[in-house]
Design a protein around this ligand. Sequence first.
Ligand code: DAH
Length: 360
Amino acid sequence: MMNNGATTDAAVLKDSTDSWLDEVAACSQLEQLEQLRVDLLGRKGRLTEQLKSLSTLPIDERRERGAALNQQRERLEVAIASRKQALQNAALAERLTNESIDLTLSPQPERQGRVHPISQTTAELLTIFRGLGFAIGEGSDVVDDWDNFGSLNFQPHHPARESQDSFFLQGRDANGLPTLLRTQTSSAQIKLMRQFGAPLAMVVPGKVYRQDSDATHSPMFHQLEGFVIDRGISFAHLKGCLQAVLTRFFGIPDLPMRFRPHYFPFTEPSAEVDIAWSRSKGRIDRDGDKWLEILGAGMIHPTVLRNGGIDPNEYQGFAFGMGLDRLTMLKYGIKDLRPFFEGDLRWLGHYGFSPFGGGS
Ligand code: DAH
């Protein structure tokens, strides 16, 4: 009885294998073949279901039928793999005959874009700062009064907080504070201090906005903020760092620089840094007859460190903010700031840089 049953099963199995093999052979598309594979051998496939139902059979029958089913699965797998290879070969052969490139067509030169001088300056400076171990951070263009002023120790009636100096947005943010387009990248300091803690060495490049517009001022311009916070940081570190960066940036070994005392609410002491410029030669020069301001800097005020969640009794820091547009004009001898933002491709063709790093 059992033997009979097994023989009949084997016959049924053989039939179904043959018809499944026919189905495989009939597939003319790769997707169709994959569909069939899932349909037969997939988790709920026809053959898989039969394998699953083995558990209901008596032990002898299960062994015999199990072996037959496994053989059948192997045959199917081999048939599917070889059909797949055949279909792939056919598809490739078809592409090779149908697709061709006309090598006789003359090349169409593509217009090559140029790197904007400010992007070039930013990239150069970031490379220099990265080499000194600085991380690169980001701030938002839209900030609130606390980020841009309050946390940086600006007094309530500071003129920069007036609407004629800064671009305020309508409404207030979730903290009930007025929002504005940041007037300085220093506005990123507090959030980054809170996010990363001390010690920290970070630069933040970005756009800033002020109500100012003439040949050397634009309502939108670019700054690069930097700050280093660690134990025992002094003004000497600030000087050494800026000297190293600017010397490399301008490629002038004994770059003439001076630190001139100044006031910023967020640093104490504070300075502005000037470099010497020769009016007659029209460039930075050791024997220059004019000092040009390029950045503000100082030792981070203890109140600012505290606002950033850092204990000023344990950590000290220096900070600086440089004008990227001014640095670009000085390095590349560009006299007028306005064309920087006018999008004139002829100007960019002249002053822009090759995207592959090769000068002009
Ligand atoms: N935020 C200043 C400005 O926009 C520049 C500046 C000065 C940044 C001193 C600093 C700094 O980090 O320490 O004029």
